[in-house]
Design a protein. Structure first.
Length: 346
């Protein structure tokens, strides 16, 4: 017998199939999220007490859920706990692995934490017992953080602060003594400043009085005059040099005449030449600059004195020659002076 379905029945059937597929998909998704389709390995661990653990309490490795508690049993005076750990983390459970009870905070919900063992340790077979460690109490945490020692240090610091405050509040203590000394020092400084502003004392007199400034200005004027005199002397130096050159030329002519007539004067004229050479050096120094005018004047005076001595020697030689019996008859007579007197006044 062949069944026939109308359109409504077909539509209802397709709707029911879709709903069933949707429910199946939902179950699969939820199951994968809940771990319904995972493969678990059973292990056991034993504690001295339950530490408020319950069934389905998570089992964590490095704060990552790897399983849960399936059952809690009392065995004698111990608490035996059945663990279901995901198969993918079974390779991390070794004979050196240890289990302990931890909580995110001191008073938070507990969970079983798996502490991995050494990598070279053999794997723990399924159904094996994982060694356990006692859960740390508040006293253990306080011991780790050395709370007692820290508290003692805080108490000692508070006592020291209290003693310091007492010292600072003492009117005869170092703080108030230093403060009083500072006030007296500031008062003295203020007094000195007011006296200086008023022109009192040495410093005030120097600042307020214009006598010192006038003296400084006077000294500057004197320096200006000295510089002006030096400038005038420097300006006159070229004219002096020209006069000295003319004098030297005249001395050369005298020297030539004497050498032609009197051979014995050569030795004396050598001294004159030396003096002339010295004067030339002096003139050269004068032409280069007139910064050392006093030294140049002194050297020139010495040269002129040497020339005068040489001329005097020449004059003495000429006079001795005039008195010689050989030259005296041959010299022309001296010119006679003529009386220019206009007679006695009436």
């Amino acid at each position: 017998m062949e069944l026939k379905f109308d359109k409504k029945e077909k539509a209802v059937g397709i709707f029911i199939i879709c709903i069933a597929m949707l429910l199946l998909t939902t179950v699969i998704v939820i199951g994968r999220g809940k771990g319904w389709f995972k493969t678990y390995i059973t292990y056991y661990t034993i504690f001295d007490q339950s530490y408020n653990l319950e069934v389905n309490t998570p089992v964590k490795l490095f704060n990552t859920d790897i399983g849960k508690i399936k059952q809690i049993l009392l065995v004698g005076d111990k608490v035996k706990i059945k663990l279901s750990i995901s198969h993918e983390f079974g390779s991390r459970i070794r004979k050196s692995t240890r289990a302990t009870v931890q909580s995110p905070t001191v008073l938070g919900a507990e969970h079983i934490a798996i502490i991995p063992g050494e990598d070279d340790s053999p794997l723990l077979q399924a159904g094996g017992v994982i060694p356990s460690d006692k859960k740390k109490s508040i006293a253990d945490y306080l011991g780790e953080f050395q709370v007692e020692k820290t508290a003692k240090m805080i108490i000692m610091a508070a006592q020291e602060i209290t003693s310091i405050v007492q010292i600072l509040r003492d009117p005869h203590g170092p703080f108030f003594t230093a403060f009083k000394s500072l006030n007296s020092l500031l008062a003295q400084v203020e007094k000195m400043t007011s006296e200086i502003d008023a022109g009192k004392g040495t410093v005030g007199g120097l600042i307020k009085s214009r006598a010192l400034l006038d003296q400084v200005h006077g000294n500057l004027d004197e320096v200006g005059k000295i510089i002006g005199n030096l400038s005038e002397a420097s300006a006159k130096t070229p004219g002096t040099a020209d006069q000295m050159k003319e004098t030297l030329e005249t001395l050369h002519e005298i020297e030539k005449g004497i050498l032609e007539s009197v051979p014995d004067i050569k030795r004396t004229m050598k001294d004159v030449e030396d003096a002339v050479g010295t004067l030339k050096i002096i003139l050269a120094d004068i032409e280069k600059g007139s910064k050392n005018i006093p030294e140049v004047t002194r050297s020139t005076s010495q040269g002129i004195q040497e020339i005068r001595k040489a001329v005097n020697n020449i004059d003495k030689v000429v006079q001795s020659l005039q008195q010689h019996y050989f030259f005296k008859p041959r010299l022309p007579p001296e010119p006679t002076g003529r009386n220019v007197d206009a007679g006695l006044r009436q």
